[in-house]
Design a protein around this ligand. Sequence first.
Ligand SMILES: Nc1ncnc2c1ncn2[C@@H]1O[C@H](COP(=O)(O)OP(=O)(O)OP(=O)(O)O)[C@@H](O)[C@H]1O
Ligand SMILES: [Mg+2]
Length: 318
Amino acid sequence: MIPPILRQQLPHTLRATDFSGLGEKYQGKVRDTYRQGDRLVLITTDRLSAFDHVLTTIPFKGETLNRLSNFWFEKTKGVAKNHVLDVPDPNVTVARACRPLPIEVVVRDYLTGSLWRDYQNGQHGVYGVPIEPGMKRDQRFARPIVTPSTKAEYGKHDEPISEKELLARGLVGERDWHKAVETALALFAEAQRWAATRGLILVDTKYEFGKQGDELYVIDEIHTPDSSRYWLADEYPARFARGDEQRMMDKENIRQWLIKERGFQGHGAPPAIPDEVRVELAAKYLATFELLTGAPLELAAGDVHQRIGESLRARGYL
Ligand SMILES: Nc1ncnc2c1ncn2[C@@H]1O[C@H](COP(=O)(O)OP(=O)(O)OP(=O)(O)O)[C@@H](O)[C@H]1O
Ligand SMILES: [Mg+2]
């Protein structure tokens, strides 16, 4: 069942923002970031990226992700310092402007996705993490592992890298790296515990860290369906035993659609995404939000850009 409001919002999705006077703008694949001194105004748009291409917009995606990320930042603030200063609008986070570590800390508890593909081809050595032979697709590890990747500049692909290599290349100092890994594993354990109480498996996720002064902060987003994999827990054992795909509650849905229905894996011109597919993905994001938080998300159809402008003016950011 697709909530009708998702279809109603199709003509109003937020593709880009244009707030002159808000600060210097940087456009990522999903977020528009404006710098105000040592603060960043991060606006999560409705853009959908997959295989490093921006493909379309998804109704209420920006709001759902920003709300969910802040739900998690709030829940885990006792575990790790994060960048959030203020949330003046459902799509907007005002954050400490940090110097991002040029790596992503990926934590995985199951052998799936790109790691499964690398494992089958014998190419998982690049991460420098031993994985025992004979494992099956979607099998759980004995304990979560960290598979770092470089944070490529806009338009380039992130590359897997080993801990040894990233330290040898001086991408991150040793102390910061160890602190980042320790923090990532603690956050992951906390989030897995919570997700389990909500009937979901947090399969893997990606963290970004940044420094302001000497302090290390979790930045960007955490535990969203864009940056994480979630599976429905009650269906995991039977599906795993049969070798079937898991019930995915995250962005993997659209990746699978692109591969199976359009033969697209990032090369060549990206295909058009039908409205029906956009709305179905919106419903997935919404369902994941509601499952995790245990609360319905009260959405209002309408012009997102205009509402954000009003929120920012009301709070003195604009
Ligand atoms: N507190 C922060 N301080 C500095 N940079 C941050 C902070 N929070 C997030 N960022 C950066 O802002 C950008 C957010 O935009 P978005 O998530 O759309 O980028 P992306 O497409 O994933 O990555 P990129 O733009 O680097 O290709 C990212 O580059 C992220 O690293
Ligand atoms: Mg990002």
